[in-house]
Design a protein around this ligand. Structure first.
Ligand SMILES: *Cc1c(COP(=O)(O)O)cnc(C)c1O
Length: 405
């Protein structure tokens, strides 16, 4: 039996958890908007957003209401049955995007796994016996942690030791059209990219590069897959980043912010491509779960409003400007990049590979941010973060910087 009065600490983690994470010493206990309190009652401004997930902040009344209402109805049915929240959500996503069809799952990695399986299946269905099975992705990219998705991802540290690895995958230089031209051929079944590389360091795709990828895919009858797991659901100031780039993919994957903290993911595609995922070809026990879909419906409704998306850009500009000023004043950042509320402060030479030190000092000074690789401090707050929260958080962040320089 569990004893709810028992106190836990970071030390317990080392006793009972597989050591694949290294969490902070603090243990957050509750949140409200973009504020979080730890087990000692200390408060933090949350610029991390659970790694670009809690798009409407913590404790959002509309999400709680939807979750509670659905909890009183039905929790789980399996895909032997469909359910209203899932159908509503799929309709919403197809109305708002290029897509005609949706496949639901529980995470970004699963959405990408579905996408990567689908591009192979589609090529095998439509171009049989032509060896059209090569996937091109990009260096530094991140697409999830399943074996297939780490292999498509462009960070060798995530595949190291997990050999033998699935084949037929190559990696070009991101934002380098010539590099993609060198790799692509009629054997290519798909090109996979993030509109802004997230884990790789907050590197936006050059619109000309995205356009060239689209044209090269068309030329070679390959599918263009946008991994929008991190950029999706308003993060860049567009519902999906492809809408800002002006380049439409054939398949789009979305997760993270989509559930605002409740696990859900989806793969979006066209009617024609969806046909290759016929009955029995792929599946997920929890995909399209009514609880997750009920919550996600609220998230999409709240975020897919012109004024909310416009505010993401204004807030992002405000944070970037202040980070630039902090970077200059203390000599810690060379540049600040990103789109909307997906922001990366690139550390200066002196702070190379020390991004995590800003995180740790941030925790001490009551602000949560993230890293994106060893040399980028990442900010991915809730999209509805208030101006007061932004100001207070940046004041604390500046103190955190001043304390370590
Ligand atoms: C986080 C992320 C993933 C993986 O999502 P999970 O929900 O952790 O499986 C995939 N692609 C991108 C671009 C991501 O940022």
């Amino acid at each position: 039996m569990s004893d709810s009065s028992k106190e836990y600490s970071r030390a317990t983690f080392d006793e009972v958890m597989v050591p694949n994470y290294n969490p902070a010493a603090i243990i957050p206990e509750k949140g409200e908007g973009s504020k979080v309190w730890d087990q000692n009652g200390k408060d933090y401004i949350d610029f991390a957003g659970g790694i670009a997930v809690t798009a409407l902040g913590h404790n959002h009344p509309g999400m709680i209401k939807a979750l509670k209402e659905q909890a009183d109805k039905v929790w789980h049915l399996s895909n032997v049955f469909t359910n209203k929240p899932a159908l509503e959500l799929a309709e919403k996503l197809t109305d708002a995007t290029f897509a005609d069809k949706v496949f639901f799952c529980n995470s970004g990695g699963e959405a990408n796994e579905a996408a990567f399986k689908l591009v192979r299946k589609y090529a095998n269905d439509n171009f049989p016996d032509q060896g059209k099975n090569e996937i091109i992705a990009f260096k530094q990219s991140f697409h999830g942690r399943t074996l297939f998705t780490v292999c498509v991802g462009g960070q060798p540290k995530y595949t190291h030791g997990f050999e033998p690895l699935p084949g037929g995958i190559s990696h070009g230089e991101f934002n380098d059209i010539e590099s993609l031209k060198d790799l692509i051929s009629d054997r290519t079944c798909a090109v996979v990219m993030e509109p802004v590389q997230g884990e790789g360091g907050i590197i936006p795709a050059d619109p000309a590069f995205a356009k060239a990828a689209r044209d090269l895919c068309d030329k070679h009858q390959a599918l263009l897959v946008f991994d929008e797991v991190q950029t999706g659901v308003g993060r860049t100031g567009h519902l999906y980043a492809y809408q800002g780039l002006g380049v439409t993919p054939d398949i789009l994957t979305t997760a993270k912010a989509m559930g605002g903290g409740f696990p859900i993911g989806a793969m979006l595609t066209t009617d024609k491509i969806a046909k290759s995922m016929g009955i029995g070809t792929h599946g997920s026990t929890y995909g399209g779960n009514p609880l997750a879909c009920a919550v996600s419906n609220v998230v999409i409704d709240e975020i897919n409003k012109p004024e909310v998306l416009a505010a993401v850009k204004t807030k992002g500009d405000k944070i970037r400007a202040r980070l630039q000023a902090i970077g200059k004043k203390y000599g810690v950042f060379d540049s600040v990049r990103g789109e909307g509320l997906l922001i990366g402060a690139v550390t200066s030479e002196k702070w190379q590979a020390k991004a995590r030190e800003f995180l740790v000092s941030g925790w001490e000074h009551g602000v949560m941010c993230l890293v994106a690789g060893p040399s980028v401090v990442r900010f991915a707050p809730a999209l509805n973060i208030t101006d007061d929260e932004i100001e207070l958080g940046l004041d604390r962040f500046e103190k955190a910087v001043a304390a370590i320089v």
